[in-house]
Every structure is written in C-alpha cells, then in structure tokens.
Design a protein around this ligand. Structure first.
Ligand code: NDP
Ligand code: HSE
Length: 440
C-alpha cells in the first residue's frame, strides 16, 4: 500500500518532534499503521530553519496554503498555534477534503463547534490527541476506553508550565519569573505565556475534556478561569503545614443543576497521587460510574512527548481513512447529532470547600466574630490555625494570620460572607481564598 502523505503547517517545537520521531521509529510505526506515513512537505516562514530540520527529506514552503493545495497530501497537521490563521487553514484543509490533525487546543476550545460541523459535512477526520495533556492518551481514553461509563467528574493538572513553576518555587525557592523563563526555554510555554500562567491554556484543555466527558458542545466562553499569578509563597507553605499541596487544576463535574467547568489553583490532600505530580508532568483523574477512579499521568508538554500524540493520530487516520465515515469514532466521543444541551453553571453556583487566610489585628474576639459570620451562613469549619504574621512574612506588627479550612458551601454564599468579613475593622488586608478539592 502506498504511504500516506502528510503536510506539516508549522515546524517548531512540536513539528520538529513529529519529524524526528517519525524518522526514528518509521519501521515500527509502519508495521502498526499498515502503511508508511511520509511527511512530504512542511511550511514555516523561516525557510532556513525548516531546512535545517528536514534537510532534503521533505519539500519546504513558506506559504502553508501550498500544502493545502497539494493534491497528493491526504493529512494536514496544523502546528502553528493561535486562533485566526489556524482556523482559516484548518477550515480550508477540510474544504479541500483533507483529514486534519492539530495540537491546537485554543483553536478547538473556541472554534471547535464550527470545525467539527465542517469536518462532518465534508466526511473528514479531525484528530487532536496532542491538544490535551501532551503525550498522555487522554483523548483516546475519554473517547474510547471509558465509553461504557457515565462520567461523573474529571480533574487534571493539564498545564506543564504552571506545574513546573509551582514545583520549582516550592522545591528550590526560585522566583516566579526565573522559572517561567526556564519553561519557555524548554519549549513548554505557549507563544504568549500569559495563556499558561493565567489558566487560559488549562481552560482550553478542560473545555475539550468536559465536552467529551459529558457529551456537550465546547463551551470555553462559560468556563471560570483563574491562574497562578496571585498565589503567594506563604499560602503554599501554610497549605503544606495543613497536609495539602496547591496545584492549578482543570475541573469539570456533572451536577443535577448543570456542568461545572473551572480552572483555578486548588489545595489537594498531599496523600493523593495527583498532588505528587511535579515539574512539567501532567495528570488527569477521571471518575466513571462503572470503572471508578482512573488516573492518567505523563509528560504534558515538550517536543517529542507531544509528537507522540500527533503521530498516534496520524496512525489512526492512516488505518481508518478508507473506512465509512459513520464507523469512525465521533470527534467529541458522542455522535454529533446526539450532543446534549446541559449548560455550564455560573461560578456562584459551584459547590466546593475553601482555604481562607485573613490578616487580622491580634485582638480578643476577632476569631469568634469571623467564625460567627461563617456559622450564620451555615459554613462549617474544618480546621483553624493562627500564625504570627511576622513569623512568616516579616511584616505586620500586632497582626496575625488566621488560616481557616471550611467544609463545602456554594461559591455565591462564600462570596457574600467574605464581603462581610472583609468589612470588619480588624481585617487588615485583602482576604486570600483558595478553593480546596478532596478528589476522593
Ligand atoms: P512553535 O512556536 O515552536 O512553532 C510554531 C511553528 O509555526 C513555527 O515553525 C513557526 O515558524 C510556524 N509559524 C508561525 N506563524 C506562521 C505563519 N503565519 N505561517 C506559517 N508558519 C508559521 O510552537 P509549538 O510547536 O510549541 O506549538 C505548536 C502548537 O502545538 C500550538 O498550538 C501549541 O499550543 C501546541 N502544543 C504545544 C506543545 C508544546 O509542548 N510546545 C504541547 C502541546 C500542544 P516561523 O515563525 O518560521 O513561521
Ligand atoms: N503550554 C502548554 C503547557 C503546552 O505548558 O502545558 C502543552 O499544551
């Protein structure tokens, strides 16, 4: 059988990994796919850099549309990133009858509904294993391995850059900016690293997983997104004292009222496996009614781990390209016509527990007042510790830090009570609130 011809739009960190792994493991990949997979053309604006990677093994072009127009190319791999150009190119490739592979979670989280509809109408595949959690086959697990289950919730460390930053800050005491630069040099960070540190990249990925877990269209615009830029080192230390680790989590849950879809830093019990996922590693926990809890762990970013996922998609397409379109695995795990209409809940309706840190005047009765206000809102306290403020931060004479762990309550209720506590004269600084997830 003739090899399937592939064109790469973009050959940077991920594209060069795809080229190298296909070259190195060509023989085994062909034995698995049943036919060869040949990168016949690549595009990037800097032609010299592209040639330095592929040599004479593939045609090098500056205009990605030259690849889309090439009648010999059956699969177009979009590895440029971003929203606008990538959307245009992917839609043009679909219109030209090409199957598409992409690692671009931003594109699919925002424009997925349009792209999947176009692909369905044209009868082509759109595969995106690399878009979530890099080398971990989580898309395949959600779409195929867990297909018997009614999934109840999933939670993941799905951004390598922020996990790397949090790990290095905690272990080595390095500052935020130094570690972010390291993550950029290692090829983990997005072209715009605010996508990583503000939680946007994790929200793109959580959006895709949520759609596949619960059979709904992608709803990125309804996701709650909070990154790690406001996290203070002292909260990481206090969390440790209380037996927790702080991680940036992407969470999606099925509730009777609707779907929760949120990304934010969260305290997780240190004894949970996922709390011990360090560096650029990713992990996703999925809870299904039949299988129970499952955990997926591996490298979430980087050249070859991501290439591993892209090539898995290429092999799937090489095997299935001739099959009837109705026999393919649906893009979002559920048949397109069977996607549901459950909405993503506003954050005020989310139920979770909390870590609160209050800088207060070291006076009699302050703790009693704070706990009374929480009790009036029916918020139950799990643990309280009090630390001299200057023991930890070196500032704030006659002040103390109150750290309170609560049981579950509705976010809207917590917002109201925090406004009341913040208004107390004894509260000397903005209250820190970090959500706490038991992931039991
Ligand atoms: P890079 O920035 O390393 O590579 C992007 C490539 O696209 C470069 O070859 C660039 O070359 C080319 N490019 C950019 N703009 C254009 C343009 N206008 N026309 C033609 N080519 C263009 O990105 P990554 O490889 O890191 O990421 C690619 C995708 O993979 C992104 O969607 C990213 O989110 C995703 N991803 C990345 C991971 C990682 O670990 N890096 C992991 C998982 C997903 P030139 O500038 O010379 O044109
Ligand atoms: N910037 C992303 C990360 C790349 O750090 O996880 C992988 O999607």
């Amino acid at each position: 059988m003739k090899p399937v011809k592939v064109g790469l739009l973009g050959i940077g960190t991920v594209g060069s990994g795809v080229f190298e792994v296909l070259r190195r493991n060509q023989e085994e990949i062909t034995r698995r796919a049943g036919r060869g997979i040949e990168i016949s053309a690549v595009s990037r604006r800097d032609l010299e850099k592209a040639r330095a990677i592929v040599g004479d093994a593939a045609r090098v072009v500056a205009d990605p549309r030259d690849i889309i127009r090439d009648p010999e190319i059956e699969i177009v791999v979009e590895l440029i990133g971003g929203y606008d150009l990538a959307r245009e190119l992917v839609l043009e490739a679909i219109a030209a009858g090409k199957h598409v592979v992409t690692a671009n979670k931003a594109l699919l989280a925002v424009h997925g509904t349009e792209i999947f509809a176009a692909a369905q109408a044209r009868g082509v595949m759109v595969a995106f294993e690399a878009a979530v959690a890099g080398g971990i086959p989580i898309i395949k697990s959600l779409r195929e391995g867990l297909t018997a289950n009614r999934i109840q919730w999933l939670a993941g460390i799905i951004n390598g850059t922020t996990n790397f930053i949090l790990s290095e800050m905690r272990d080595k005491g390095l500052d935020f900016d130094t570690v972010l630069k390291q993550a950029q040099a290692l090829g983990y960070a997005e072209a715009d690293p605010t996508f990583d540190i503000e939680g946007i990249d994790a929200a793109h990925k959580a959006t895709l997983m949520s759609a596949m877990a619960f059979g709904v269209p992608v709803q990125f615009d309804r996701a709650y997104v909070e990154g790690i830029t406001q996290l203070a080192a002292q909260d990481i230390r206090y969390a440790e004292m209380l037996g927790y680790r702080i991680k940036l989590l992407g969470i999606s849950k099925r509730t009777p009222e609707g779907i929760e879809l949120r990304v934010h830093p969260a305290l997780i019990p240190a004894k949970r496996l996922i709390a011990n996922v360090e560096g650029a590693m990713n992990a996703v926990v999925v809870q299904g009614d039949a299988v129970g809890t499952t955990l997926y762990y591996g490298k979430g970013a980087g050249s070859e781990p991501t290439a591993s996922a892209v090539i898995a998609d290429l092999v799937d397409i090489a095997r299935l390209a001739g099959a009837d379109a109705s026999q393919r695995v649906p893009y979002l795990a559920f048949q397109q016509h069977a996607l549901g209409d459950e909405v993503v809940l506003p954050m005020a309706q989310v139920v979770t527990s909390y870590y609160l840190r209050l800088r207060v005047a070291d006076e009699t009765g302050v703790l009693a007042t704070v706990t009374r206000l929480l009790a009036e809102a029916s918020i139950s306290i799990d643990a309280v510790i009090q630390r001299e403020a200057d023991q930890v931060s070196g500032e704030g004479e006659n002040q103390t830090d109150l750290i309170i762990l609560t049981h579950e309550t509705r976010e809207g209720t917590m917002n109201e009570v925090l406004a009341r506590i913040q208004a107390l004269p004894a509260v000397k600084a903005p209250i820190t609130r970090i959500r706490k997830e038991e992931l039991a």
